[in-house]
Design a binder for this molecule. Structure first.
Ligand code: TYD
Length: 212
């Protein structure tokens, strides 16, 4: 099998980061070579970029600077980590990817989507996911979960309206490419969400392998 690339998207506090390790473990048990990673970050260079992005002191950061930092982190992650693992036939699970840029910087901040698409193409050399899960959640619930978790950073401090635009943006992206996306209701229990993620992932992998 050639590799299989799965990304996880969703608003703050939708539980992506909790779910991914469990799905990775289930896939490993089934014999797949699994790599999990996250954005921004996932490489030593990307982690340095991540700390610049999340530093609460960087209030002067221009939206274009922010985009280029996300893309710089992504370019490094794709070339250093994701592409080599896919080429060796493995499964990659990535916590956020290009759709986050379209949802947050495009729909959220109102940057021109076509321009972003070109930048994304450049940064990823055209690598797109085979499957993307949207862990969809009411914006207020997500932000509340995050605030309770104490992990409130510069990026979370944007107003509620911004997060609403992000969520609506994700739904636009799903509409444009319904075959790539699977929307999961992130208000369900963690166990229910995990069951759904596993069922869909195994179904897709088996279809790819000609088993189903
Ligand atoms: P993080 O702490 O990883 O949040 P989460 O657990 O919700 O993924 O912070 C990532 C933040 O960066 C999150 O608010 C989304 C934002 N982001 C963008 O705005 N654009 C991007 O391209 C990416 C990858 C993330």
């Amino acid at each position: 099998m050639s590799g299989f690339f799965i990304t996880f998207e969703g608003p703050e506090g939708s539980g992506k980061t909790t779910q991914i390790p469990f799905l990775a473990e289930a896939l490993r048990q089934a014999g797949y070579q699994v790599l999990t990673t996250r954005e921004p970050g996932g490489t030593p260079i990307g982690d340095q970029i991540r700390s610049v992005l999340s530093d609460i002191k960087n209030t002067a950061m221009h939206p274009r600077t922010e985009i280029l930092l996300f893309l710089a982190s992504r370019a490094q992650l794709v070339s250093e980590v994701i592409r080599p693992h896919l080429e060796s036939g493995g499964v990659v699970l990535c916590d956020r990817y290009a759709d986050s840029t379209l949802a947050y910087q495009g729909y959220g901040h109102g940057m021109i989507l076509d321009e972003l698409q070109n930048l994304l193409l450049f940064a990823t050399e055209g690598l797109t996911p085979d499957l993307t899960f949207l862990l969809d959640l009411d914006v207020e619930i997500g932000l509340q979960r995050r605030a309770n978790g104490g992990d409130w950073n510069r990026l979370d401090a944007y107003e509620l309206a911004f997060h609403r635009r992000v969520r609506a943006g994700y739904h636009q992206l799903v509409k444009k490419e319904p075959e790539r996306w699977v929307v999961v209701d992130a208000a369900q229990s963690p166990r229910q969400i995990q069951a759904q993620l596993q069922a869909i992932t195994f179904q897709r992998l088996q279809a790819l392998e000609g088993i189903a």
